[in-house]
Design a protein around this ligand. Sequence first.
Ligand SMILES: NC(=O)c1ccc[n+]([C@@H]2O[C@H](COP(=O)([O-])OP(=O)(O)OC[C@H]3O[C@@H](n4cnc5c(N)ncnc54)[C@H](O)[C@@H]3O)[C@@H](O)[C@H]2O)c1
Length: 344
Amino acid sequence: MKRLRMGLIGVGGIAENRHIPAYQALTEHVEIVAVQDVNLVRAKEVAEKNAIPNVFEDYLKMFPHVDAVTICTPNKFHEPIAVAALNQGVHVLCEKPMAMNADEGKRMLEAAEANNKIFMIGYHYRFVDSVMLAKESMQEVGAPIVTRVQALRQRKVPGWGVFINKQLQGGGSLIDWGCHLLDAAFWLLAPSKPIEVSAQTYQRLSKQPNQVNDWGSYDHEAMDVDDHVSAYIRFDDGSTLLFECSWAANIKADKTHISISGENGGVNVFPYEFYQPKHHRMMETRADTKEDQQEAAFLQAQNFVDACLGKDTLKSNPKDALLVTKVIDAIYESSEQGKSISIN
Ligand SMILES: NC(=O)c1ccc[n+]([C@@H]2O[C@H](COP(=O)([O-])OP(=O)(O)OC[C@H]3O[C@@H](n4cnc5c(N)ncnc54)[C@H](O)[C@@H]3O)[C@@H](O)[C@H]2O)c1
């Protein structure tokens, strides 16, 4: 059987720790044939360590040698690289967030559609066991009323890479971390759609010198992205979502939370719990679900590879990723303008 020839673009932390192990566990179906990185020393190191035969300085030169690429560069380069690859007939798995903004996201989607190529954004939370079980429970939850989403880290601004650089990343805790939970929540709530956002973003705490930070040190003067965000999101079915994210919060411990209260029941995702009235009292159901990110990354890689080989359909539609990008744009715009923003 034909194996998919995979190229990796931007071989930093996520490429090495998540994508390479996932593809290496799928060697019957996919072969990593090349890597590319602006840091050629790093690219050569990763290639040698993982027995990857080709290293390219220029990703355009890589495209004729691969069937698909996985893009793991800073966010600013997601769109130009994805569009170039799709236009060369190469399938694309691009790390989250989709892009710096929705205009870029639309261009990526158009290129995928025009070239009829598989295009996926790495929102791997959809492949987390407890999220998948919550999706199966949504019918029993019934029409959603209120959803709560929290992506909170206690003092963990990423001190490596370019995560605090707005020019290269487009934003901070929201576009980097909150985006995962928004994607998972919107997927659970579909077909309900977000239509309006009122939000506030902050960067007060991280602009102060000598902050306690568990993920290395960072230059507080150069920091120009959000470290706290709160938002109130209205949906087309009249339901609402309360959103909060931060990577520098003064809280007891990190918190990853999605819960949905519906007309017939309620679901909590991390850990999975289901609440429903029965026999005149509230009942609680638990499940032995896992919340393993590596496992989710493996399932995501498997789904992408199978879709490229024509054996499966994508479980993560890029149109959904564009919706997340539009909401992120609206959150930033609402905060800047001090008013609610509609999502089109
Ligand atoms: N799915 C997740 O949970 C998750 C986790 C971490 C990072 N990410 C995403 O992955 C991407 C990379 O994050 P990371 O943590 O690996 O960062 P990183 O800084 O560790 O690695 C980025 C790599 O890209 C290279 N690079 C920079 N510009 C490039 C360009 N124009 N062309 C080719 N290579 C280029 C850098 O030299 C570096 O090796 C980001 O978009 C981030 O949001 C996703």
